[in-house]
Design a protein around this ligand. Structure first.
Ligand code: KIV
Length: 273
């Protein structure tokens, strides 16, 4: 058996991810935004932990990922890095920190790497940001790409629907994926695109393509931790498999605590000094 399940507890590197693709070993990736969750996710054997800018939604309650700041992503990144021993930690560069000008992107990328201690960064976009990506990689920072549905561009799309259903957008995505590989990205995320297109992209690359809502014929899968643990409600896209119902578990536990406090059942004799 390959990887973590065989007891291989070496730190995951970008090189190992590429080897995993070569061997046909699927790559597991999940988000985390804080120390406690990062320890749990890492301890369960995750290959990549993504400090996603979905922290904007999940942790801060924003409607989109756009408002989260560089300082806030650095805070989440640092907290996660402290809790991780084995997984590769990738932090999202937030909206507005790399789109305007390549050298601003490089400066922000360097700051994120220095202050978080993360292993790599993730940026959304293809051709439009390729010069910036080249320069960030040139500065020694490993970069993961992100194509398909790019939530930082939600105001351009107007909807979170499936991307690249038409031929022109699909062909652009295939070209962008190649560009990202040629620029030196060690992998990329494909979000919410037709499974057949994702399969074609993954098969045409030597770097791993990790899917979310992109079918099974890719090199790995990523989900948002709060969604797959059933902590969030009212978000049920077709691609989301819920592995637990923590909403019920947590609500029941907290409800019991409230009742125990109200009835003076808590604390009892053995729970005091
Ligand atoms: O921010 C995030 O959580 C992401 C994943 C959905 C891939 O980018």
């Amino acid at each position: 058996m390959a990887g973590y399940l065989s007891g291989d507890t070496r730190k995951v590197t970008t090189h190992r991810l590429i080897e995993m693709k070569q061997k046909g070993e699927k790559i597991s990736m999940l988000t985390a935004y804080d120390y406690t969750m990062a320890q749990l996710v890492d301890g369960a054997g995750m290959d990549i932990i993504l400090v996603g800018d979905s922290a904007s939604n999940v942790m801060a309650g924003n409607v989109t990922t756009l408002p989260i700041t560089l300082d806030q992503m650095i805070y989440h990144g640092k907290s996660v890095v402290r809790g991780v021993k084995r997984a590769l930690v990738v932090v999202d560069m937030p909206f507005g920190t790399y789109q305007a000008e390549p050298y601003e992107g490089v400066r922000n990328a360097i700051r994120m790497m220095k202050e978080t201690g993360a292993d790599a960064l993730k940026l959304e976009g293809g051709e439009e940001v390729i010069d910036t990506i080249r320069k960030i990689i040139g500065a020694g920072v490993p970069v993961m790409g992100h194509l398909g549905l790019m939530p930082q561009s939600i105001n351009k799309y107007g909807t979170y629907g499936v991307r690249a259903k038409g031929e022109a957008e699909a062909e652009k995505l295939v070209r962008d994926a190649r560009l990202l590989q040629e620029a030196g990205c060690f992998g990329l995320v494909l979000e919410k695109i037709p499974a057949a297109l994702a399969a074609r992209v993954a098969a045409g690359l030597t770097i791993p393509a990790i899917g979310i809502g992109a079918g099974g014929a890719v090199d790995g899968q990523v989900l948002v931790v709060a969604d797959m643990l059933g902590m969030t409600q009212g978000f049920s896209p077709r691609f989301l498999r819920r592995y637990a119902d923590l909403h019920t578990v947590i609500t029941d536990a907290i409800g019991k605590y409230v009742a125990d406090v109200k009835s003076s059942d808590f604390p009892n004799e053995s729970e005091q000094y």
